[in-house]
Design a protein around this ligand. Structure first.
Ligand SMILES: [Fe+2]
Ligand SMILES: [Fe+2]
Length: 362
């Protein structure tokens, strides 16, 4: 599934689709639309979850929505219901119609996004479990780590190192069992660009570490480091990170703060191994000193960081973004190979099989 594939169906039951929901949804999701009256004959080209925006003020309204939803497709889509105002009767009616989550007008982007993310997360976990069976465990573990990390970074919730490492182990096991290709395939199902990217970098870095024959404790550091490397982005507004277009110079400068922000977040909490903080703070440094935020050079940049940097650049190149298509693996590898002086070329050469032999179209 392409990252640009729609994940939601906006079903509208008003005279014409409401602008507020359309505009807010389009800030973050790809979606298709369908009138409530057309829903029974809708052909569901993909398993989408539903955002339902329809009046339920009268018993007739209720029955109309109920009748339209009766022939729900096989994948049993989750439903997020938009109601006109926060009113108990409307909330109850929405739940009676099968809503998993109910959002009242006026629509706040944050509340809407977190409700819909919940719906999409549930659908994705189900899909992973069905399609990948026990192998889904590592993906779910990786996602849980990201949930915890981002929650921790944004709201200061506690995080135990032991949990982090045990989930890191699950990620490594899964990658050992499924191989990188399946991991990448599954990661595409995540709706958040930051999550997709972090899971992809993790998969590539651990796969690379396994190829290099690294020890288990180093693989652990790569798994946690990969998941954590962009944690500084947790404090950058989602509208910027998920923006459907290239960033302005000013916006790009804000995003470039993320390694320093990440270092601050981890240092404040305390208890993180220095090599983890190193990965977070320095994955955008270059051997020739042209990177940021500290313009480190040469052997000031440790091996673990070098591996994450290569995995990070390669992941970003092969990812499809709203403003650029994915670059083919061969071309992406050629670009890495062209970064002599900036990257560790012996590592880049060792990376070749990961880049070329694994099917990694992301
Ligand atoms: Fe980064
Ligand atoms: Fe990154």
């Amino acid at each position: 599934m392409s990252s640009k594939a729609p994940r939601l169906l906006l079903v509208h039951g008003h005279d014409c689709p409401r602008l507020d929901i359309r505009q807010t949804l389009s800030q973050r999701y790809f979606f298709v639309e369908c009138a409530l009256t057309d829903l029974p004959s809708y052909s569901w080209p993909e398993p989408l979850d539903i955002v339902l925006d329809a009046p339920i003020d009268t018993i007739e309204d209720f029955q109309r929505v109920q009748a339209a939803l009766r022939r729900r497709p096989k994948h049993e889509p989750g439903i997020a219901f938009i109601i006109e105002r926060q009113e108990r009767a409307l909330v109850l009616r929405a739940h009676a119609l099968g809503a998993e989550t109910v959002i009242a007008r006026p629509l706040g982007a944050r509340a809407l996004f977190s409700s819909i993310d919940l719906l999409l997360n549930r659908a994705r976990s189900k899909m992973w479990s069905e399609r990948f069976g026990p192998e889904a465990e590592g993906l779910l573990a990786g996602t849980e780590v990201l949930d915890t990390l981002f929650e921790f970074a944004a709201n200061g919730t506690r995080l135990t190192q032991r949990e982090l490492y045990s989930r890191g182990d699950t990620v490594i096991e899964t990658l050992g069992e499924t191989g990188l290709g399946r991991w990448v395939e599954a990661v595409k199902a995540h709706h958040s660009r930051t999550y997709r990217h972090s899971l992809l970098v993790t998969g590539i870095a651990v796969g690379f570490g396994q190829l290099l024959g690294m020890r288990q404790d180093d693989l652990q550091r790569l798994a946690i480091g990969g998941l954590m490397h962009d944690i500084g982005k947790a404090t950058i507004p989602a509208e910027l990170l998920e923006k459907a277009g290239p960033l302005s110079e000013e916006e790009a400068m804000i995003v470039r703060e993320h390694p320093s922000l990440g270092r601050g977040i981890l240092s404040r909490q305390g208890g993180f191994a220095p090599e983890m903080i190193d990965v977070v703070a320095h994955h955008h440094e270059m051997l020739d000193g042209s990177g940021y935020p500290d313009a480190l050079s040469g052997n000031q940049i440790r091996d673990l960081v070098r591996i994450v940097t290569i995995s990070d650049i390669f992941a970003a190149l092969i990812e499809e973004r709203s403003y650029k298509t994915a670059i083919a693996n061969e071309d992406a590898y050629a670009m890495l190979d062209g970064m002599k002086g900036k990257l560790d070329m012996s590592l880049v050469r060792a990376f070749r099989p990961i880049a070329l032999e694994t099917k990694l179209a992301a």
